[in-house]
Design a protein around this ligand. Structure first.
Ligand code: UDP
Length: 236
């Protein structure tokens, strides 16, 4: 079957149910707006497993996601949603593009988390936007932007506490939201070391895609360690 959509790290296929899609996690990795590319054996499997556990954990805390069910090693079944073209980033500590843009030392802690919107456009390099841009570009209404920010902060609170239990510091992350045929907006896409910066809470060791971005080696070792710690906490 041909995918109906192929992104950098995932493919989407239709299923017998018009309301359900199959999401396949690929082994492809990209960074710096796809200027840097590689393949990692087991990456699809690891990110699928991590996203599944994170979605289940979030659902248990009352956060609605597009997860329907687990399918197999690299596939999840998800509710068909229209992805809002607004990427939502939450930052607890300065890192990545924030540190670069603002010349703030990596690791500086924010008193209150920062929520940021960017326009999901590879062509434009995901430019930083605000809710006025989102309104005028018809990406999301002001009410939707307020909801995205509120949800993102709830998700941050839940995930920060959970990762801390796993001995991991949640530095920042990117999430996406989708609108179902019922008009409801839910968390969609993925929650994995591709989209979250995670540092070992004691040593500060990086366990996420920065290992690939910065050529630190052991990229999949980091992802495997994240999965092992999450699994351990959830089966306690
Ligand atoms: N991020 C992502 N996809 C993007 C941009 C960012 O998953 O297209 C994640 C990134 O992994 C990090 C957080 O969002 O956890 C903040 O990223 P930042 O804006 O600092 O950009 P980067 O350093 O990745 O260029």
């Amino acid at each position: 079957m041909e995918p109906i959509y192929e992104g950098k790290a995932k493919k989407l296929y239709t299923t017998d149910d018009a309301e359900v899609l199959r999401m396949e996690y690929k082994d492809d990795a990209t960074a710096f707006n796809a200027q840097k590319k590689a393949q990692f054996e087991n990456k699809g499997k690891l990110n699928k497993a991590i996203t599944l556990l994170m979605y289940e954990m979030l659902e248990a805390k009352g956060v609605a996601t597009h997860l329907v069910s687990d399918l197999d090693e690299v596939n999840l079944l998800v509710k068909r949603v229209e992805i809002l073209q607004v990427e939502v980033i939450v930052r607890n500590l300065a890192a990545g593009s924030f540190s670069k843009r603002m010349a703030v030392e990596v690791g500086s802690e924010f008193k209150i988390p920062i929520v940021e919107f960017s326009y999901k456009s590879d062509e434009l390099g995901d430019p930083l936007i605000n809710d006025d841009y989102a309104r005028e570009m018809k990406l999301a209404t002001p009410e939707e932007c307020a909801f995205l920010k509120e949800q993102a902060l709830v998700i941050n609170e839940v995930m920060t506490a959970f990762f801390l239990e796993c001995g991991l510091k949640l530095v920042d992350f990117k999430i996406e939201f989708g609108k179902g045929s019922d008009g409801k907006i839910v968390l969609a896409d993925e929650v994995s070391p591709d989209t979250c910066r995670l540092w070992d809470a004691t040593t500060g060791e990086k366990m996420d895609k920065d290992r690939f971005r910065e050529d630190l080696g052991g990229v999949m070792d980091g992802y495997e360690e994240v999965l092992a710690r999450i699994s351990k906490v959830l089966t306690k």
